[in-house]
Design a protein around this ligand. Structure first.
Ligand SMILES: [Cu+2]
Length: 179
């Protein structure tokens, strides 16, 4: 019952933001604020929307395992680190990540832009029980191994992080360079 409650909270946030956008529209010359509120609302909607569906993000899109050209092994550590912390991939490449949690607590690996991950980490602190079903994220219990298949469609530097509460802030993050 974690996701519905998270969705309800997130949905009410969107409603509040829409309400604030409406109230600001009453002020004729406050167009800058309107635009900002509308953008914020759109951003909140899209982040809510990303939960539980398979849409892509700025980093690329969910990959098909049979198209994977490479397997990258990643280890999750209780020292709040990923090994390796940096990964280089080619633009267009579909990567099959095999992610092993050798620690004693639950970890996750979520792909995203730095901004997406930061916003998401803040949300996780507010809702620590939120479960992740997203295609760009895998949660791995202690001693277990998880899979993530992702196609990197855009060149650039992207991040991955563990968004279990406090882990991102403790430095559990890494960088993916797409060329
Ligand atoms: Cu972690």
């Amino acid at each position: 019952m974690q996701r519905p409650s998270a969705a309800v909270v997130a949905a009410s946030t969107v409603v509040l933001l829409m309400a604030s956008a409406l109230s600001s529209s009453a002020i004729a010359d406050d167009t800058a604020h309107q635009t900002e509120a509308a953008q914020h609302t759109a951003r909140m909607s899209s982040s809510v929307h990303a939960h539980g569906n398979d849409e892509g993000s700025s980093v690329g899109r969910p990959g098909d395992a049979k198209n994977a050209t490479r397997t990258v092994a990643v280890t999750m550590l209780d020292t709040m680190r990923f090994d390796p912390p940096t990964i280089a991939v080619k633009k267009g490449e579909t990567v099959h990540f095999v992610i092993k949690n050798v620690g004693t607590v639950r970890h996750e690996m979520t792909l995203g832009s730095r901004q997406e991950l930061k916003e998401h980490a803040d949300m996780m602190r507010a809702m620590p029980d939120m479960a992740h079903q997203d295609a760009n994220s895998v949660t791995v219990e202690p001693g277990r191994t998880g899979d993530l298949v992702w196609q990197f469609t855009r060149a650039g530097t992207f991040d991955f992080a563990c968004l279990q509460p406090g882990h991102f802030e403790a430095g559990m993050k890494g960088t993916i360079t797409v060329k």
